[in-house]
Design a protein around this ligand. Sequence first.
Ligand SMILES: Nc1ncnc2c1ncn2[C@@H]1O[C@H](COP(=O)(O)OP(=O)(O)OP(=O)(O)O)[C@@H](O)[C@H]1O
Ligand SMILES: [Mg+2]
Length: 246
Amino acid sequence: MKPGSDGGKQGQFPSAFAVEALDLCKIVPDAAGSLTILDHINLTVASGQTLAVRGASGSGKSTLLGLLAGLDVPSSGTVRLFGSDLSTLDEDGRARLRAGRIGFVFQSFQLLEHLTALENVMLPLEIGSAAVDQDARARALDLLSRVGLADRASHEARTLSGGEQQRVALARAFVTEPTLLFADEPTGSLDSATGSTVIELMFDLNRSFGSTLVVVTHDPEVAKRCARRLELKAGRIVAHDGEAPR
Ligand SMILES: Nc1ncnc2c1ncn2[C@@H]1O[C@H](COP(=O)(O)OP(=O)(O)OP(=O)(O)O)[C@@H](O)[C@H]1O
Ligand SMILES: [Mg+2]
């Protein structure tokens, strides 16, 4: 099937690609005139595939992840998620597309600092009725215990250490069992034992639910476990290896 030929009607004719980027550029104004952050990026990630994005600090990794997830808009080029062209959707439409299907782990965690760890993890779950709330609470607690934070569930996020905040952010991204997970240096603040636990969680998600993973990482272990790796340099893809893009 031609990529994206379902016109976005996910479920009826799902696209073979979870992510497609076509000629993506991000250019911002700066003192010298303009700064090119991403320069004609083309990539596809098949549903269920795992991709590691590497590159030096400032090479454009976080910018690329934000564009692919529809959190930011490109200067030119196209992003399609599950066959839907993001440029045809407004902010609400993009949020609806993400809801429940796409998880994002921010490099800066982005927790709501006055909410507890548990409340942060429950945020992406639809809550309302008492029965649903009970279920959401149980799932959120399960995720918190899987990242080793059951005993911090009632602590406000602002009182947690950097590594603990990162684990809450991971639990929040996993709680909906997303079909597509974007993670920006998810083990950057963790010791190697805790890092290994969250890496296992990430690859479990891929195995158990066929979830697609796009992971920015400096960790060679994470990169090695991904089916594909690409490297960015000054906003361009300079190396690409692993399983051929499908
Ligand atoms: N909104 C913006 N305005 C101006 N410059 C920006 C903007 N966003 C990003 N940049 C610049 O673009 C470059 C790429 O930033 P990005 O955050 O994508 O890098 P990165 O590869 O994730 O780096 P790191 O490994 O340090 O997280 C950097 O030089 C950054 O300063
Ligand atoms: Mg970054």
